[in-house]
Design a protein around this ligand. Structure first.
Ligand SMILES: Nc1nc2c(ncn2[C@@H]2O[C@H](COP(=O)(O)OP(=O)(O)OP(=O)(O)O)[C@@H](O)[C@H]2O)c(=O)[nH]1
Ligand SMILES: [Mg+2]
Length: 223
């Protein structure tokens, strides 16, 4: 009589003549937070980036989280994108994300001076939540650049440029509507993470288990 043993997934996979596939994993996900005041286009930019669509309607967000992979160079990075709330009544959700994020897209709309003012306040708050670390990766986004500049550009670009230079924050004009610079804004954020947080950046690379071990073993320790 054969001895009974629990039937495992690998047994059934082997009996069907194929081995279970080993999925690449990362040591740690990168958490990217999209922040800014209500209606500036945080959700639109995120959805445009992930799904290539532009929803015209406005549905205020409480909080949305997307797990995805971003290709950068020869690697795939394990990433969570948090689309945060901009409306006042959901601020508690938004604030809890400020300490969780590894990097931030801080968005204002070119037709809203209040939203530009909020980006400056938000930057201070992000730094505060991250132990006053001024090097936390932040990219500033001027969204809705498709709007008619004559009628709609109410934020003074010189002021924005001066601020970004002073704070060493890259600036990009985007349009979630036309898709202008949408992919580039997430790529620029990854550039900043690789520059300012190289070990976090490396830990988010998806690799097979052996590759992780190889990386650990190959580490050069200087004492
Ligand atoms: N013209 C134009 N409209 C935009 C653009 N991005 C967003 N919108 C519109 O602006 C409105 C608000 O967009 P959302 O993406 O929902 O704004 P949000 O920042 O996520 O807002 P909250 O979730 O409330 O914080 C919607 O009607 C969008 O269609 C853009 O680049 N150009
Ligand atoms: Mg939203």
């Amino acid at each position: 009589m054969s001895r009974d043993r629990p039937r495992s997934f690998s047994d059934s996979a082997l009996s069907r003549g194929r081995l279970p596939s080993i999925q690449p994993t990362s040591k740690r996900k990168l958490t990217l937070c999209v922040v800014g005041s209500g209606g500036v286009g945080k959700s639109s930019l995120t959805v445009r980036y992930l799904q290539g669509q532009f929803p015209e309607y406005y549905d205020p967000t409480v909080e949305e989280s997307y797990i995805t992979q971003i290709e950068y160079g020869f690697d795939q990075h394990d990433v969570e994108i948090i689309d945060t709330a901009g409306q006042e009544e959901f601020m508690l959700f938004r604030d809890s994300s400020l300490a969780k994020g590894d990097a931030f897209l801080a968005i204002f709309a070119i037709n809203s001076p209040e939203s530009w003012y909020d980006v400056q306040k938000l930057r201070r708050k992000i730094i505060q939540e991250n132990d006053d670390d001024e090097t936390i990766p932040i990219v500033i986004i001027a969204n809705k650049s498709d709007l008619d500049p004559e009628e709609s550009r109410q934020v003074k670009i010189d002021e924005v440029l001066e601020y970004c230079k002073r704070c060493n924050c890259p600036l990009l004009e985007t349009s979630a509507k036309t898709g202008l610079n949408v992919t580039e804004s997430f790529r620029l954020l990854l550039d900043r993470i690789s520059e300012l947080r190289p070990s976090k950046f490396k830990d988010s690379i998806l690799a097979l288990p052996d590759e992780h071990h190889l990386n650990d073993r190959n580490k050069c320790v200087v004492s």
